[in-house]
Design a protein around this ligand. Structure first.
Ligand code: DC
Length: 252
């Protein structure tokens, strides 16, 4: 595993560590990326960026403004003009559109139904990729998760993970989430949905879901989220011992 040497070390007694450290996590839906990315960020005292939430916010903008989700140019303009921002004072940071907290809204069915069309629009991706890099310049100690974080957005990140699991395992996790939310669970429907999302995410021309070259593979088939975080934390600490420091550096 090649680890780049761009990480500068901090004196051990420094209270506020501002040494840049970007860790990327990519992978398909149902691998538990959000849970483990947030868990890993907490363990390492880093901030957490959910880039899928940004594509979901773009879908909310399309619905709010009655825009065709496939009209990338018009939607990109609307996204660029919207006040989309994370409220960094909270952990995990809620996503705001102007003064409105859309953290719950972005998980609604109508949003999920169009988000992969939205995410396939190159013009929308351009705006959001630029925004993700801008966020990272202001929040340089970050665990960021999505589909293209290690391949396109932060290819120089010193550690890039790729999470994967079999479709059947990912479907089981999705069915559990639906059951917990009191929603109807139909295995065949869930499997079809996951396969369709995989196809759309991995065949789009711009920023497709792909395993970044040199990424560290994490098989989540037989591991709980906690076990995945344990494994990733040990890999980070082993490979970047000078860059990680104490978990409480940023947040108490
Ligand atoms: O991870 P998620 O389900 O919240 O992602 C929502 C959609 O956004 C999904 O279709 C994949 C897409 N996405 C993307 O294209 N690039 C990212 N960096 C993150 C998510």
């Amino acid at each position: 595993m090649a680890i780049s040497s761009t990480i500068r070390t901090m004196p051990a007694d420094c209270d506020h560590d501002h040494t840049p450290l970007i860790i990327t996590i990519d992978g398909p839906a149902g691998t538990g990326k959000s849970t483990v990315a947030h868990g890993l960020a907490e363990r390492l005292g880093l901030e957490y960026l959910d880039t899928g939430a940004m594509y979901r916010a773009a879908a909310v903008i399309a619905l709010d403004q009655n825009l065709d989700p496939a009209d990338g140019e018009a939607l990109a303009e609307a996204v660029a003009g919207a006040e989309m921002r994370f409220h960094w004072a909270e952990n995990p940071p809620p996503l705001m559109l102007g003064e409105r907290d859309i953290s719950d809204r972005i998980r609604d069915m109508d949003v999920s139904a169009i988000v992969s069309i939205v995410a396939a629009q190159p013009a929308v991706r351009r705006v959001l990729v630029q925004e993700q890099r801008r966020i990272a310049s202001g929040h340089p100690r970050l665990v960021t998760e999505g589909r293209d974080q290690g391949s396109v957005v932060f290819p120089d990140a010193p550690l890039r993970f790729y999470l994967d699991a079999d479709v059947s395992v990912r479907a089981e996790r999705r069915m559990k989430q639906l059951a917990e939310a009191g929603k109807p669970v139909d295995r065949a429907h869930v499997m079809r949905d996951i396969r369709k999302r995989d196809r759309i995410d991995s065949t789009r021309e711009d920023g497709p879901l792909t395993r970044p070259d040199g990424a560290i593979d994490i098989d989540t088939n037989h591991r709980t989220a906690e076990e995945v975080v344990d494994l990733m934390e040990s890999i980070v600490r082993e490979n970047l011992p000078d860059a990680t420091g104490h978990p409480s550096r940023i947040r108490p």
